[in-house]
Write a protein that binds this ligand. Structure first.
Ligand code: NAD
Length: 368
C-alpha cells in the first residue's frame, strides 16, 4: 500500500482545533481510497518556543525534512511576550524560515464562494453568478520583495532615497507558468496572466515567457491583463476568472482582494509548492487566515480552510486527485445541507444550523 509521510504542525490559537478536524477527514480518505498516511505532529510557533525555546525547533525541522509534505496550522499570538524580538517571533522565525528552507516558490490560493454563502460575500448577488471559483497562482520567492539593491540611503539636505528592485529571470517565470497551466488543466482550462507590460520591463519579459510556455498547453486558453484592470475586474466580474497568474507583489495584493470575495477567512486554503521529484511535489499547506486568538479554544473556528488545505496536499503533493475531490465535495455537501460555523452563519438563512468546529469536521468526515 502506498504510504505518504506528513508533518502536521498545528501551531497556536485555533491551529490545534482545526488541525484535529483536518486529520479526522484525512483518516476518512485513507479508509475509502486505500492509501496510508503517516502523520507526525510537531510543535511550531509559540508551541515551539514553549517546547524548545525556538519557534521552529530543530526536531520539528527534522521531521519536516523526513516528510513528503507539511500540513501547517497557523502561528503567532500578538499578545505574548513582547520582549521576544521580531526575528525570533513565530511569523518570521517559523513560517518564513520554512518557505526558505524548502524553496517554496509557488503559492496557490483557491477562492471559492459557494452560491449558498452568497450572503457572506461583499459583492451584490448579481455579480456572483453561480458562485465564485478562482485560483490565484502567485510567485513567492522573487520580484520586488527580494530583488537587490534594497536599501534606504541619505542623499543630502536631510533627504533620503529608498530603493526596491524588481527582478525576474526567464527560468523563474517559466517554472511558475508551468504550475499555473498545469493547475488550469485540473480546472476550467483558462489562465489570465497578470502583468504591467505597458510600463515595466519585468512585465514585458513576463508576458513573452508566459506566451511561449502557453504554446505547450494548447488545451488551456491564455489571456493577459494589466494588474490595475485585474484589480477592477475582480470586483466587477469575478466569474470571468479561472486561474489568475501573478508575480509576487501583484499576487500578494490580488490574492487578498480575491480572498474578501470568499466570504470568510475560515473557508480559504492555500498551498506553497517547492520542487517536484518523480510524481511527488514538496509543499506546505495552510489556511489563509491566522491564529484567530479572539475565538481560540472555544469550538468556534471554521475548520474548512484547514480541511481544504489537506485536500490540496493530496492533489498537488501526492496526485491523489480522487481523494482530494472527495474532500471538496464533502465540504460542499456540508454547506448545501446548512452546516454553518459562526463566521458563515446568517440568522436570515432558512435551514442553516449553527455548529462548532468539531461538529463541522465530523459532518465532513462522515460524508467522505
Ligand atoms: P486572523 O486571520 O487570525 O483573524 C482575523 C479575523 O478572522 C478574526 O476575527 C478571526 O476570528 C477570523 N478568523 C480567522 N480564521 C478563522 C476561522 N478559521 N474561522 C472563523 N474565523 C476566523 O488575523 P489576525 O487576528 O490579524 O492575526 C492573529 C495572529 O495570527 C497574529 O499573530 C498574526 O501574525 C498571525 N497570522 C498567522 C498566519 C500564519 O500562520 N500563516 C497568517 C495570518 C496571521
Amino acid at each position: 500500500m502506498k504510504t505518504y509521510n506528513i508533518a502536521a504542525l498545528a501551531g497556536d490559537g485555533i491551529g490545534p482545533e482545526v488541525m484535529r478536524e483536518a486529520i479526522k477527514v484525512l483518516r476518512a480518505t485513507e479508509k475509502r481510497f486505500g492509501f496510508k498516511l503517516n502523520i507526525t505532529d510537531a510543535p511550531v510557533g509559540w508551541a515551539g518556543i514553549d517546547f524548545a525555546k525556538k519557534a521552529l525547533p530543530d526536531i520539528t525541522l527534522d521531521i519536516c525534512k523526513r516528510s513528503d509534505s507539511i500540513l501547517f496550522g497557523s502561528v503567532g499570538l500578538p499578545d505574548r511576550d513582547p520582549t521576544i524580538p521580531k526575528e525570533e517571533r513565530p511569523e518570521r522565525a517559523a513560517l518564513l524560515r520554512l518557505r526558505k528552507e524548502f524553496g517554496l516558490f509557488a503559492n496557490l490560493r483557491p477562492v471559492k464562494l459557494p452560491k449558498e454563502l452568497a450572503h457572506a460575500c461583499p459583492l451584490a448577488k448579481e455579480r456572483q453568478g453561480d458562485g465564485i471559483d478562482i485560483l490565484v497562482v502567485r510567485e513567492l520567492t522573487g520580484g520586488m520583495y527580494f530583488g537587490q539593491p534594497k536599501m534606504t540611503e541619505d542623499i543630502g539636505g536631510g533627504n533620503q532615497r529608498a530603493i526596491d528592485t524588481m527582478v525576474y529571470t526567464t527560468q523563474e517565470i517559466e517554472r511558475l507558468a508551468h504550475v499555473a497551466f498545469d493547475s488550469a488543466r485540473l480546472r476550467r482550462k483558462k489562465v489570465t496572466s497578470i502583468d504591467k507590460a505597458n510600463v515595466l520591463e519585468n512585465g514585458v519579459l513576463w508576458r513573452e515567457v508566459v506566451t511561449r510556455v502557453g504554446k505547450d498547453y494548447a488545451d488551456v486558453k491564455l489571456d493577459h491583463m494589466f494588474v490595475d484592470n485585474a484589480a477592477m475586474q475582480l470586483v466587477l466580474k469575478p466569474t470571468q476568472f479561472d486561474v489568475m497568474f501573478c508575480e509576487n507583489m501583484f499576487g500578494d495584493i490580488l490574492s487578498d482582494e480575491a480572498a474578501a470575495l470568499g466570504g470568510s477567512l475560515g473557508m480559504l486554503p492555500s498551498a506553497s509548492l517547492g520542487t517536484t521529484n518523480g510524481n511527488q511535489t514538496f509543499g506546505l499547506y495552510e489556511p489563509a487566515g491566522g491564529t484567530a486568538p479572539d475565538i481560540a479554544g472555544k469550538d468556534l473556528a471554521n475548520p474548512i480552510a484547514q480541511i481544504l488545505s489537506a485536500a490540496l496536499m493530496l492533489r498537488h503533493s501526492f496526485g491523489l486527485n480522487d481523494a482530494a475531490a472527495a474532500i471538496e465535495s464533502a465540504v460542499q455537501h456540508a454547506i448545501e445541507t446548512g452546516h454553518r460555523t459562526g463566521d458563515i452563519f446568517s440568522a436570515h438563512e432558512a435551514g442553516a444550523k449553527r455548529i462548532g468546529t468539531r461538529a463541522m469536521g465530523e459532518a465532513i468526515a462522515a460524508v467522505v
